[in-house]
Design a protein around this ligand. Structure first.
Ligand SMILES: Nc1nc2c(ncn2[C@@H]2O[C@H](COP(=O)(O)OP(=O)(O)OP(=O)(O)O)[C@@H](O)[C@H]2O)c(=O)[nH]1
Ligand SMILES: Nc1nc2c(ncn2[C@@H]2O[C@H](COP(=O)(O)OP(=O)(O)OP(=O)(O)O)[C@@H](O)[C@H]2O)c(=O)[nH]1
Ligand SMILES: [Mg+2]
Ligand SMILES: [Mg+2]
Lengths: 292, 277
């Protein structure tokens, strides 16, 4: 892993009083390669490594730590710094029922995460309502309804002949009637480059004025994570990210890419197919994983 | 930042950027740069155009796995579709079924995902659209039993091709990988020598984790081909270069959209050209 690779490379810092550009060149290279192997975006890696170099240069090799430990600590701390804070969950300010939109590419885990989020909110004494406005994918509405049943939360009876914006408006009306205070909107997966479908999301946002727009991203996403996340953020001004399928062995560099590209917080992590596979995001956990 | 004796710094940086941003990965990119260094003259290494052509040619060789086309030479010809969650297995089955029907074959779908909410309903819609019978089971039932029943039905009805859907699963979940091995054994019990194809579906958006996916599914089952989906997005799927070169398994089809006609035979030239666009 990176710590082992770095210990070997940074050994020569022992006996040197300071960290200099030349004596950490090898170490910086190891960090670069490790982050690329972890799927951190190429340009995000460049910027990260520049930040680490700046922080490391001129640093006195403190008595308590060995130079390699010091360097690794700088890398680790800088990564945690970039990843943001421990998640505090969702923002639900506004007159109930408040809306939360789940958006993202096809297959990233939106429908499943919508159910998990409903379960999380219910545990936190909220009364969630689920609605699918995915009128395209075969049996998408049925999937969300079954998820709602599993969680024990009411779901809107979406008519696939209706327009997504109208579905969402009607669902909020229904939620109000049922005394629910949060409406979780499951949207269809779409490409960030599909103009018509990105516009559809903008229309839904304008119609429901959501308190949260959560970008759902697959932890195994590669280099395009930056491009995809930036586009969704530019079009919608997302409020947070859900990183799914973290129960696999993907290093999850997409987390750093998405964070760097949008500046938005990662709020939740999906860690399984069942409804209880859902955790608040902790930057220190993912930092260790990305570094390998 | 690889050590390279003759490649000019600019040319090397340019190539690295193209390869890395296309998800080709560190190891495969290094091997490609080594290849250029070993096979091109110093003069050629200073010519960006010559380098790019040599690179494209080499990549093409790596992804063009020399195997015969899919033969459909057994009846029923049984195709098992596997892969991690959300990559496009069920949708691809819908597309494959329609494609094979258009070629004059009779097809049957086995709704082998008995786990995920509305998985059977999803493949039933695809079956309905293409006029293809779907054999499904109760949610929570044994996927191997459903697939066995589907194969029995196919034999009774003299069906040409059975395509078996399976639930998405992470390759790190050993009991779930064991479940797939059982499905494979049950196919073989129903029709000796089957499944005749095991296609691993990979999502073009996936980064280096696709390598462990390919390795684990191949070690567990022995895949016969790869289907690369979502190439209509902006991801290039560069990770399959290393996968094809190492596992020697061919990419058979690519998915380029969500509609039934959005499936193409894999074309190495198209793939390589798209990498350098
Ligand atoms: N292992 C694991 N699987 C997950 C997780 N989240 C979702 N999945 C699975 O990923 C697959 C896709 O999930 P969906 O919820 O259907 O994804 P989606 O984004 O709604 O898909 P589209 O609506 O088609 O865009 C399903 O098999 C889910 O069970 C997770 O955290 N871990
Ligand atoms: N843009 C695009 N979307 C695709 C493609 N193939 C599949 N999809 C979409 O990806 C999402 C997931 O597809 P599924 O067929 O449900 O994937 P799966 O592998 O069967 O998912 P699980 O069974 O839950 O593991 C759906 O929204 C599909 O429409 C493709 O080639 N391009
Ligand atoms: Mg969905
Ligand atoms: Mg499926």
């Amino acid at each position: 892993n990176l710590t082992e690779k770095l210990s070997g490379v940074v050994k020569r810092l022992r006996g040197e009083g300071k960290i200099t550009e030349s004596n950490i060149q090898e170490a910086i290279k190891e960090v670069k390669l490790s982050l690329l192997e972890a799927d951190v975006n190429f340009n995000v890696v460049k910027n990260f490594v520049d930040a680490v170099t700046r922080r490391a240069l001129g640093t006195e090799v403190l008595g308590s730590l060995t130079p390699d430990q010091q360097f690794i600590k700088i890398v680790h701390d800088e990564l945690i710094n970039m990843m943001g804070k421990d998640s505090t969950g969702v923002e639900l300010s506004g007159k109930p029922p408040v809306a939360i939109m789940m958006v993202g590419l096809q297959g990233s885990g939106k429908t499943t995460s919508a159910g998990k989020l409903a379960r999380y909110l219910q545990i936190n004494k909220r009364k969630p309502y689920l609605v699918s406005c995915d009128i395209y994918r075969p049996a998408a509405i049925e999937q969300l309804k079954k998820v709602a049943l599993t969680v024990g939360v009411p779901a809107f009876d979406t008519n696939p002949q209706d327009k997504p914006v109208d579905i969402c408006r009607a669902a909020i009306g229904q939620a109000l009637v049922k005394g629910c205070d949060v409406v979780i909107i499951d949207t269809a997966g779409r490409l960030h480059i599909d103009e018509e479908l990105m516009k559809e999301l903008e229309e839904i946002k304008a119609a429901v004025n959501p308190s949260e727009i959560l970008f759902v991203a697959d932890a195994m996403t590669g280099q395009e994570a930056v491009n995809v996340a930036s586009t969704f953020n530019q079009r919608l001004d997302i409020t947070g990210v859900v990183l799914t399928k973290m129960d696999g062995d993907a290093r999850g560099g997409a987390a750093l890419s998405v964070r760097a590209a949008t500046g938005k917080p990662i709020k939740f992590v999906g860690v399984g197919e069942k409804m209880d596979g859902f955790e608040l995001f902790h930057p220190d956990r993912i930092a260790s994983r990305i570094l390998g | 930042f690889f050590s390279s004796k003759s490649l000019t710094k600019e040319n090397m940086d340019a190539i690295e950027e193209v390869l890395f941003t296309s998800d080709v990965g560190v190891k495969t990119s290094q091997r490609l740069l080594d290849f250029l260094n070993e096979n091109l003259s110093n003069k050629e290494l200073e010519d960006a155009g010559k380098m790019r052509d040599a690179l494209k040619q080499r990549i093409k060789e790596m992804v063009k796995v020399d195997v015969p086309p899919v033969a459909f030479d057994k009846k029923p010809y049984i195709i098992m579709i596997v892969g991690v969650n959300g990559v496009g297995k069920t949708t691809t089955i819908g597309k494959l079924g329609a494609k094979y029907r258009a070629l004059g074959k009779t097809v049957l779908f086995a709704a082998g995902d008995t786990f995920r909410a509305a998985a059977s309903e999803q493949i039933e819609v695809w079956g309905e659209r293409a006029g293809i019978q779907v054999v499904s089971g109760q949610e929570g039932s044994d996927p191997a039993a459903v697939i066995y029943d589907a194969i029995s039905a196919a034999k009774a009805k003299d069906i040409d091709i059975v395509i078996a859907d399976t639930a998405g699963r992470l390759h790190t979940k050993l009991p779930l990988m064991e479940e797939l091995k059982k499905v494979k054994r049950v196919c073989n019990k129903a029709v000796e020598g089957s499944p005749h194809e095991i296609f691993l579906v990979l999502d073009a958006n996936t980064g280096q984790n696709a390598i462990s996916q390919a390795k684990e599914f191949n070690d567990a089952l022995g895949i016969t081909g790869i289907i690369l989906t979502k190439l209509d997005g902006t991801a290039k799927g560069g990770v399959i270069i290393g996968i094809c070169d190492e596992l020697k398994k061919p990419v058979r089809y690519i998915g380029i959209g969500e509609s039934v006609e959005d499936l193409r035979d894999f074309d190495p030239d198209e793939f390589v050209n798209a990498l350098f666009e």
